[in-house]
Design a protein around this ligand. Sequence first.
Ligand code: ACM
Ligand code: ZN
Length: 487
Amino acid sequence: MYLCPQPKILELKKGMFHFPVGEMPKMEKKKTPELSEKESYRINIDENGVLIEGADDKGLYYGELTLKQIMLNYRGCLPFLYIYDEPEFSYRGFMIDSCRHFFTVDEIKKMIDAAAFFKFNKFHFHLSEDQGFRVEMESYPLLTSVGSVRPSSNFGRGENDNTPYGGYYTKEELKDIVKYCEERHIEVIPEFDFPGHTTAVISAYPELSCTGEKLELKTTAGVFKDILCIGNPETLKLIYSVIDEFCEIFPSKYFHIGGDEAPKTRWLNCPKCKAKLEEEGLHTMDELQGWLVNEVAAYLKKKGRKAICWNESLNGGNLDKDNITVALWMDKTNKAIEWANGGNPVIMEKFTPYYVDYPYGMHSLKDVYIFNPRKVKGLSSLGAASVKGVESPIWTEYVRDFKTMSYMCFPRWLAVAETGWNGANPRGYQKFLKSAEFYSDILKGMGHNPAPKSEWNSAPHERLNKTVGFFRNTLTTETIKNFFKKD
Ligand code: ACM
Ligand code: ZN
């Protein structure tokens, strides 16, 4: 029988329960105080039919999902069995970047359908970037009218099109996505990424950058020097307003405030940022970023929310221990490991192997499957216990359409789902592989486009070819010019 994720305990018994093909089996569902672990459930199938018991609504929901998967394996009958199941991690996340390329509500829902089926419970929605701001806003309307349209797109070969590219979600559409997720016990975590990756904000409100220069939205991939000016109190006003409006749309416990890839070039030369540094008694611009994160995390706390930030926010060494969870994606300075080892919460979103926008040649299905988020180099036992879960992002510089997104995510997100639910490697890679094959067919039936098996784990020389091919595609005249451009 193929299940994904694999339940913690599965005992097959002698006998089969029969029912008419095309109908549901006789079933009883109930919550039971005997199950103490959150999200846990058990299933008994015997001559009386199916009994699903859950610790809570989530447990019952996951029990029903597992039953659906069992039913996909049989026709008109079910094996007698006992299952007890509970997740290892409370945070089982997937992230979609709808900024570099924009995905419709229906496409987003199709991604949610698939992720929900494998028991993901956090959808991190990346909604603001250098190349587009994707939310309807009232307090700062230019974020939407100016910030959601770029003049052209130059991400890779074949896309140098000189055609404006835009898109945003209305509040109603986002609330609809939130409701859709709630029905699937998924929390939608919005991300407003700052102080870096904010060219769309600056294009709308140039007075909030350090130079005040009018900028166009970016049309290429990259890390850009023009970031929000934190010495300007008006910037904080915008940040809080955006957070307030996002909070009205998204009732999530977590709120992602970005913080990745924010070069300090402009801050170092900005009288306002330098004055702010002095006023707060800080010494480095990385500390100023840490100060910003602390201020915003305290603001979120007052609103009953928890902040998540990318690991670069730790570079100043001054993050408050209160109300901040760090997403570890590329921990060059080991600061996120130290943070976890100090008993502070971390989400494992490690570039290698969880960035599924990179080709299977780089991050193979097996690499994703065998990755153990609690065994990352440097983690102490307290550090391992501080890992709240996993998340895999699909960044979309090179993902232009739904078909490609689905191809890159599946079946690799099955491996992430397995780890999110079970910790690591509950049954061995070969057995998981069989489930991945089985559910690839199911995904196709759901309108998805999982990568073919030949792609999942290539021989080393093919992996190299595929990786080189991927990077060749990303090189355009624009990206090369950008790379050598003097400031
Ligand atoms: C990131 O990939 N810049 C978080
Ligand atoms: Zn400044």
